[in-house]
Design a protein around this ligand. Structure first.
Ligand code: NAD
Length: 271
């Protein structure tokens, strides 16, 4: 038996990278999966691969910036599967055009700030708003919001993204508080740097090495590191875990700021 055998899961942004890995791991663990993405081609590809491998998946094109589009998707899922047990709010506005303009606060364009919040925060809230009535009717469910390590700490890049993800952390705790008595759990998973093609395209090798120095574990993170946590949070194995903000970042956001310099100093002292 898989960890989420017989459950129905919606994964937003599942047409690529981390969301794709999460949809495939949920499917491998027995869930029927709705592969939801604004990128219809990506959603069709991922759902097709799951179905070809013997799983059950349904692709659905959705724009998280548009409440009517979200409502239509939830209606289509109910028509096809009759229930929703798991919602993974994974999608985010992380395209290069958005992230490169989300930099210096003194030059911040309102539309860039709003575009981060529209998808990352409001989209997550709207998905939650439309799915929860069906979870209540079904006796409960598990919601997993993908946040980011950047929601916890200060940085010199991407303030709109970081603030929108900090708001996702707050939304996570509020969702858990409002619907816990209806047997609905809500938790957030915080990746560090996951080297998807999109993330790599946005960074130089020098930047990658600079970040990897601060990861406590000896390897780079992969999408399945996040999918494993999401699948556990979605499953009954984590049945008494709710309102938690859980990092899956190799410890990068959880050590003293001088850690990497100290490691270098100790290595130099040993010759
Ligand atoms: N990759 C990382 O290093 C990293 C680090 C921390 C947090 N995260 C978070 O993990 C999640 C997945 O990241 P990723 O690297 O796989 O990102 P990605 O950009 O590769 O994938 C995001 C997906 O969301 C979809 N999407 C974007 N706007 C949408 C909209 N309006 N409606 C529906 N779908 C939309 C995209 O089409 C894409 O398939 C995001 O929430 C991201 O913020 C990623």
């Amino acid at each position: 038996m898989g960890l989420v055998e017989g459950k129905v899961a919606i994964v937003t942004g599942a047409g690529a990278n981390i969301g794709e890995a999460c949809a495939k791991m949920l499917s491998a663990n027995g869930a029927s999966v709705v592969v939801a993405d604004i990128n219809a081609e990506g959603a069709e590809r991922v759902a097709g691969e799951i179905n070809a491998g013997g799983g059950t998946a349904m692709a659905h094109a959705v724009d998280l910036g548009d409440e009517a589009s979200i409502a239509a998707m939830v209606a289509a899922v109910m028509e096809r599967f009759g229930k929703i047990d798991i919602l993974h709010n994974n999608a985010a506005n992380t395209g290069a055009a958005q992230m490169t303009r989300d930099a210096a606060l003194l030059e911040m364009e309102e539309e860039v700030w709003d575009a981060a919040f529209d998808i990352n925060t409001r989209g997550t809230m709207l998905m939650t708003k439309h799915v929860i009535p069906h979870m209540i009717a079904g006796g409960g469910g598990s919601i997993v919001n993908t946040s980011s390590g950047t929601s916890l700490l200060g940085d010199v890049l991407n303030p709109a993204y970081a603030a929108s993800k900090a708001a996702v952390n707050a939304l996570t705790r509020n969702t858990a508080a409002q619907f816990g008595k209806a047997n609905i759990r809500c938790n957030a998973v915080l990746p560090g740097l996951v080297l998807s093609p999109v993330a790599r395209a946005q960074m130089t090798e020098e930047q990658l090495n600079l970040i990897q120095r601060h990861v406590l574990l000896p390897r780079e993170s992969v999408a399945d590191d996040i999918a494993g946590v999401v699948t556990w949070l979605a499953s009954d194995m984590s049945g008494f875990v709710t309102a938690q903000i859980i990092s899956a970042d190799g410890g990068i956001c959880h050590h003293l700021p001088h850690y990497a310099d100290m490691m270098d100093m100790m290595a130099a002292a040993q010759g």
